[in-house]
Design a protein. Structure first.
Length: 295
């Protein structure tokens, strides 16, 4: 499956951001101060720039998304030590999101998904233990133990009745058989607002891909600078950046090929925009007909 192209969403959970929540612990002091002064108004403006998706997990799955970019946080002074998805502000409880995804998998036993836990905020050892137990309780034997990427075919997963590959960017992964180490899911980040620079970065990253011997993410994502946010403060990410840059980004996607030296997982903001989903799915039709399509 490292030779197939999969659809992914960037900050997958950000369709729901709770404006009533405190600011996430990873945010810089300038943001914390901004919110403390302007309160709800500041959070409403933040949401326009922090929400990178509009569809919930079930809708994303139904549309074809199979890779989920997940960032986990505790809330300051939370007596329940609950775990939340977070991106600047807090989103839904992790347990609820995992269960929503599991309901889809139960109804679609041949579907395979990637859960990529790549950022952790305010988490101690016992929080990681809680999350690992949550994954066990929710998915059980649906999770595929970590092996070499090139050994995992759809046929193998179907025979073993595995549907979930969990990537965990923390040393905790080394202690748990069903957690794949984070380095098995590299996601180089262009960190630019310029579509041309993004495309150059994506192309260079693809060239480097096979040196890693892993799964691989191409993030077709533009990142706003502080000056961009100030200029388009009331408009938000979607209108100010993503929609305007979409034609150039989609042109790059159309020219890609799946396979050992090509794209593997392509992620984007607002995955429903334009023809992103159908374009990525069509890339799999370019696989050589002579190839076994279950690899």
């Amino acid at each position: 499956i490292s030779s197939v192209v999969f659809l992914g969403s960037h900050d997958s959970f950000s369709f729901y951001i709770d404006e009533a929540s405190p600011v996430g612990p990873e945010q810089p002091e300038t943001v914390q101060n901004f919110v403390s002064v302007f309160g709800t108004v500041a959070k409403k403006l933040m949401r326009k720039w922090l929400a990178t998706q509009t569809m919930n997990f079930t809708s994303q799955l139904g549309a074809g998304i199979r890779y989920f970019d997940l960032r986990i946080s505790t809330k300051p002074r939370d007596p329940d030590n609950e775990l939340y998805f977070a991106h600047g502000l807090f989103s839904a409880k992790v347990k609820e999101g995992l269960e929503e995804i599991n309901a889809f998998l139960a109804d679609h036993p041949k579907e395979v998904i990637f859960l990529d836990f790549n950022h952790f905020y305010g988490m101690q050892k016992y929080h990681h233990e809680k999350l690992v137990q949550m994954l066990k309780d929710t998915y059980g034997n649906k999770m595929c133990p970590a092996i070499f990427a090139h050994e995992v075919s759809l046929q193998y997963l179907w025979e073993k009745e595995h549907q979930v590959l969990v990537f965990y960017h923390s040393p905790v992964a080394l202690e748990v058989p069903f957690l794949w180490p984070g380095q098995m899911m590299p996601a180089p980040w262009a960190n630019t607002t310029d579509p041309e620079k993004l495309i150059q970065f994506l192309q260079a990253s693809i060239t480097e891909r096979r040196k890693k011997g892993s799964f691989f993410i191409s993030q077709v994502v533009l990142t706003p600078k502080a000056s961009t946010v100030v200029k388009g403060v009331a408009s938000g990410l979607r209108e100010t950046i993503t929609e305007r840059a979409l034609p150039a980004m989609m042109q790059w996607v159309r020219t890609q090929k799946p396979g050992e030296s090509g794209v593997n997982i392509i992620t984007a903001d607002f995955v429903e925009l334009g023809d992103f989903i159908s374009t990525v799915i069509k890339l799999n039709y370019d696989l050589d007909e002579g190839e076994d399509d279950t690899t």
